[in-house]
Design a protein around this ligand. Structure first.
Ligand code: TRH
Length: 375
C-alpha cells in the first residue's frame, strides 16, 4: 500500500504534528510505504530534531519526507492520497491520480472537533470535476467518526513510565528537571494569554509548591513579563514564592509525550498536543486555536460536554468554568482555586476517559480500513 500525505504548514506545529505522527504510524503498524510532502521543512525539523531542514528529501523513521516544491515536478500517484486540512493538491498531481488504472483514493483529513455534525459528515464523498471522488475524513471521539491518533503501544509505554518512579526521574533529569517530592508538576504549552499573570500569582501564593515546565515557544513573552526578566531560554529556572518556573527545550514528539505523562496537570493547545494530553490520562486544560466569531468556544463546549459525561456535577461546573476562563483570559486564578477541591476526581476521570477512548479504533487503523472497504 503506497500513501502520499500532503501537509501545508499554516502556522505553528499542528499541521506537521498530525501528519508526521500519522505517517510514522502507517509505516510502523500497517506496513505502508509513505511519502510525506511538507512545504516547511523547518517546522518539521522542530518536532523531529534529527531531521535536516535543508534536505529536500530524507527518510526519517521509515517515512520518506519530501519538500513540497512550489514548482511541482510530476511523480507517480500512489494508492491513497491524504490532503491534510484542505491544503490543495497540485493540479498535475490530481491528473496523475485520475490517470492510474485504479485511481488513487483521495481523502481530505479534517480538523478535530467533538461537534455533533461531524458524525454526519465523516466519510462523505464529494465529486470532483475530473470524475474523482474526494472523501472527507473526520477525526473524532465516537465510533461514527475516524477516531483519534493513537499508536498501538502508547498506553502500555505510558503506564510503564507512570508506574516507575525511577524511570520518571531519569527521563525528567534528561530534560534538566529535578522534581521536588511535594510539588505538583505542571506543563505549560499555550498561546499568548493575558490571563496567565493572575494564575502565576495564585501558584506563587499557594500553600503547595508548584513546578511549572514551559517548553520554548509563544507563551514565553507572558512568562518573562510576569517574572520581570529578559530573554528566557531553555534551562532557565526562576522561583517566586511557591512557584518554580523552568524553561525546557522544544523536544521530539516522543519526548513531549513523556513529559505529559510525568506531569500532574498539563496545559496544552491546538489539536495534537491536546490529544496527547488526553492519552496521558492526567487532568488538563485546552487552549483551543482561536477562530473568527468565537467559533472555537463552541468547539470547546462540544468537547467539554462529551468529556464531562460521568463526572460529578460540582466537579463538572468547576472544570467548565476553568477551561472557559483559560480561553477567554478572564478569572483564571479564582477558577483554578475552585478546581483544586476536585483534583482527585479529575485525576480519576482523566485516567478513565483515556481508557474508554482507547477502546475505540484509532485514526490510522480507521484510514486503512476505509481504504480496504473502498477497494
Ligand atoms: O502548534 P499548535 O498550536 O498547532 C495549531 C493547531 O493544530 C491548530 O488547530 C491549527 O489550526 C494550527 O496549528 C495551524 O498546537 P498542536 O496542534 O498541539 O501542535 C503542536 C505539536 O508540537 C504537537 O505535535 C506536539 C509537538 N511538540 C513537540 O514535538 N515538542 C515539544 O516540545 C512541544 C511543546 C510540542
Amino acid at each position: 500500500m503506497k500513501w502520499d500525505i500532503f501537509c501545508s504548514v499554516v502556522d505553528n506545529f499542528g499541521d506537521i504534528g498530525v501528519t508526521w505522527r500519522l505517517a510514522r504510524q502507517l509505516v510502523a503498524e500497517h506496513g505502508c510505504t509513505v511519502r510525506l510532502w511538507v512545504d516547511d521543512l523547518g517546522a518539521f525539523a522542530r518536532i523531529c530534531p534529527q531531521a535536516h531542514a535543508s534536505q529536500n528529501q530524507q527518510v526519517e523513521q521509515g517515512v520518506e519526507v519530501c519538500q513540497w516544491p512550489i514548482d511541482w515536478k510530476p511523480v507517480a500517484a500512489p494508492d491513497v492520497v491524504i490532503e491534510a486540512f484542505a491544503c490543495t493538491l497540485p493540479p498535475a498531481y490530481i491528473s496523475a491520480m485520475a490517470a492510474r488504472a485504479r485511481p488513487s483514493l483521495w481523502l481530505n483529513l479534517e480538523y478535530l472537533s467533538a461537534e455533533d455534525w461531524v458524525q454526519g459528515c465523516h466519510g462523505l464523498p464529494s465529486m470532483q470535476s475530473n470524475g474523482l471522488q474526494k472523501f472527507f475524513f473526520f477525526p473524532g471521539f465516537t465510533g461514527k467518526t475516524g477516531g483519534l491518533l493513537r499508536e498501538g503501544n502508547l498506553l502500555v509505554e505510558r503506564d510503564a513510565l507512570q508506574q516507575n518512579p525511577l524511570a520518571r526521574q531519569v527521563f525528567l533529569r534528561s530534560l534538566g528537571v529535578e522534581s521536588q517530592p511535594d510539588a505538583q508538576l505542571i506543563s505549560l504549552f499555550a498561546y499568548e494569554n493575558s490571563g496567565l499573570p493572575e494564575w502565576f500569582d495564585a501558584l506563587a501564593g499557594a500553600a503547595q509548591p508548584s513546578h511549572l515546565l514551559v517548553p520554548e515557544g509563544r507563551v514565553l513573552a507572558d512568562v518573562q513579563r510576569w517574572l520581570g526578566v529578559e530573554q528566557l531560554a531553555a534551562g532557565h529556572v526562576h522561583e517566586r514564592g511557591s512557584l518554580r518556573v523552568q524553561i525546557l527545550p522544544f523536544v521530539s514528539q516522543q519526548d513531549y509525550d513523556r513529559l505529559l505523562w510525568c506531569c500532574d496537570f498539563n496545559a496544552v493547545r491546538g489539536e495534537d498536543s491536546f490529544v496527547r494530553a488526553l492519552w496521558a490520562g492526567r487532568p488538563l486544560v485546552w487552549h483551543i486555536y482561536k477562530q473568527a466569531d468565537d467559533a472555537h468556544l463552541e468547539k470547546l463546549q462540544a468537547f467539554l460536554t462529551l468529556y464531562q459525561q460521568d463526572l460529578p456535577a460540582p466537579a463538572h461546573a468547576a472544570l467548565s468554568e476553568f477551561w472557559m476562563a483559560w480561553n477567554t483570559g478572564e478569572g483564571i486564578a479564582e477558577r483554578w482555586q475552585n478546581l483544586q477541591a476536585w483534583r482527585a476526581e479529575l485525576a480519576k476521570h482523566a485516567e478513565k476517559t483515556a481508557l474508554k477512548w482507547a477502546s475505540q479504533v484509532d485514526l490510522a487503523t480507521a484510514l486503512v480500513q476505509f481504504y480496504r472497504n473502498w477497494l
